[in-house]
Write a new protein. Structure first.
Length: 258
């Protein structure tokens, strides 16, 4: 039965696990297949053409070998570069990432919102459409998070190097009086404890992953694709690079996943 097929998720590396975590929390009966394109990480500085080519190769794996019923592009940069192409090329529902600029702008009291993302995300059509529709009344401070993806990939999220980079990126935002910080890369939620050391409780940190999980549930419900078989959920993980980095993060999640 196609409703028993897995949900496919992919990212440039381990960052999309922050989305996978929310999906399996919300939909504990669903099987999943996660693909980390770690050999080609990070995507942030790659061209749209390169990212589309990688996305097509990953789609061949997720839809050909694993017959996934829905795909989560669990990467902001890949969403910006490739999701229009993917939706046109494959007859499946897709859920992409969109930085949570809308809720940040709607709830900002100071009128200043910070966005920490990759260069690829800042160039994306969806990001600019969101700014135009919902953020015209606030000041948006954009900060590329160069180097942060690599630190998360290596598991060095709590060390001095991560703290130094985050201080460099976030202090000027605090000085500009932001009251919301939007995380525009799926790797960045793993840095929230380090970010909190800088912002304290002065800033609301927004991660899009819970909203993405809700969207997945809505689309599966709408298309009658929710898995109601009662089988224990299966979760499979693959990587074009070193699988150990995924394993390390999964071990941290396991106590919190049904």
């Amino acid at each position: 039965m196609f409703s028993e097929a897995p949900i496919g998720l992919f990212d440039s590396g381990v960052g999309g696990l922050s989305v996978w975590r929310e999906v399996v929390k919300l939909l504990p009966c669903e099987h999943t297949v996660y693909y980390a394109d770690s050999a080609y990480c990070p995507y942030g500085q790659k061209s749209s053409g390169e990212i589309i080519e990688r996305s097509d190769r990953i789609m061949d794996f997720l839809t050909g070998q694993h017959q996934c019923k829905l795909i989560v592009v669990a990467c902001n940069t890949a969403t910006a570069a490739a999701i229009d192409h993917l939706r046109a090329a494959y007859p499946l529902p897709f859920v992409g990432m969109e930085p949570a600029v809308k809720p940040a702008a709607l709830h900002s009291v100071t009128g200043v919102v910070g966005v920490l993302a990759t260069q690829g995300t800042f160039k994306g059509r969806l990001y600019h459409e969101t700014l135009e529709r919902f953020a015209g009344h606030v000041q948006i401070i954009e900060q590329p998070g160069d180097g942060l993806v690599e630190l998360v990939e290596s598991g060095h999220t709590g060390g001095e190097e991560a703290q130094t980079l985050l201080e460099k990126y976030i202090r000027p935002m605090l000085q500009a009086n932001i009251d919301h910080l939007v995380l525009g890369c799926t790797h960045y939620p793993f840095l929230i404890p380090a970010i909190r050391k800088i912002t304290g409780n002065r800033v609301t940190i927004l991660d899009s992953a819970p909203a993405v999980a809700q969207r997945v549930k809505f689309l599966l419900s709408q298309d009658r694709l929710l898995n109601v078989s009662g089988d224990k959920a299966r979760h499979e993980f693959f990587s074009s690079g070193d699988i150990n980095s995924i394993t390390d993060w999964i071990c941290q999640f396991t106590p919190h996943i049904p």
